[in-house]
Design a protein around this ligand. Structure first.
Ligand SMILES: C[S@@+](CC[C@H](N)C(=O)[O-])C[C@H]1O[C@@H](n2cnc3c(N)ncnc32)[C@H](O)[C@@H]1O
Length: 260
């Protein structure tokens, strides 16, 4: 009888520990095939400058314009501050930018604020009807399908009505219908942060590889092994990293491909 009680107690403890630390445990067992690299490897602009014997700081190339969404007025589907800074810095050296996934327009706004004056940005998004009627494949992650519907609820954006809006073209269009042949080798920077299902991430990536200019960079958001809603992003990127030079930027959920 006592031994049964002890076994029950141990089992209850194991289950409690698992439930409390589910995310951490999943992360530990999750497969990350992609090599994490230091940000300085992405581009020379991120190399730091020596200020004194014990102090290093950013070069002027990575001093950016930024903003915060007011506390309590949170928006869905956004980047961390560190990721937003990386994207802003790369925008400074990008004249033609393409974004899969506008949502509130937070990242589009950062691209517009930081890119050269004559830059052009195309950003793709869905309205709520398009999102509800989106076609999907049987292998597509159901949580990601639900997220697409939650994130497709904006028809005005953070940049709407601002003077830098003239740099931006918003296209309400399913990226599966985008004709990449119209944009061959055109973009310096492509940010893939649209639908996170397998069929969409595959579609967007294949098109991005056609649309990226020589010397340009493709960034993917949400490479988080072990996170349910990012499962398909991780699965697809792990697969193509076997034959494409894709790296994971340390301390971020960003992966990148340099078209060199
Ligand atoms: C994660 S949010 C983008 C967040 C944004 N980049 C930011 O950080 O501020 C995803 C966006 O992708 C769009 N989206 C999802 N699936 C799409 C598809 N198949 N075609 C075009 N846009 C899509 C959604 O409508 C939503 O605007």
């Amino acid at each position: 009888m006592i031994s049964v009680l002890i076994i029950l107690l141990i089992a209850t403890n194991i289950i409690t520990i698992y439930l409390l630390n589910r995310k951490e445990i999943k992360k530990y067992f999750a497969k990350s095939f992609i090599k994490p690299v230091n940000l300085e490897k992405v581009n020379k602009i991120f190399e730091s400058e020596k200020i004194s014997e014990n102090l290093y700081g950013p070069k002027k190339d990575v001093i950016v314009k930024s903003f915060c969404v007011p506390s309590g007025q949170d928006i869905v589907g956004k980047t961390s501050d560190y990721e937003a800074w990386i994207l802003s810095s790369l925008s400074k050296i990008s004249k033609n930018i393409f974004e899969f996934g506008t949502c509130s327009g937070k990242t589009t706004t950062l691209m517009a604020l930081n890119s050269p004056n004559d830059s052009k940005i195309i950003t793709l998004t869905l309205d709520s009807n398009q999102a509800k009627n989106l076609s999907s494949d049987s292998q597509d992650n159901k949580v990601s399908i639900r997220n697409i519907i939650n994130e497709s609820n904006y028809n005005k954006f953070i940049f709407s009505g601002k003077e830098y809006e003239e740099k931006i073209s918003v296209m309400f269009m399913d990226s599966k219908k985008l004709n990449a042949d119209e944009y061959l080798n055109k973009f310096d920077l492509i940010f893939i942060d649209g639908g996170h299902t397998y069929s969409i991430i595959e579609n967007d990536s294949i098109k991005a590889f056609k649309m990226i200019k020589a010397g340009g960079i493709i960034l993917w958001h949400d490479y988080v092994p072990g996170k349910t809603s990012d499962k398909d992003v991780v699965k697809y990127l792990n697969k193509i990293s076997k034959y494409k030079k894709i790296f994971h930027i340390e301390n971020t959920s960003l992966c990148y491909f340099n078209n060199i």
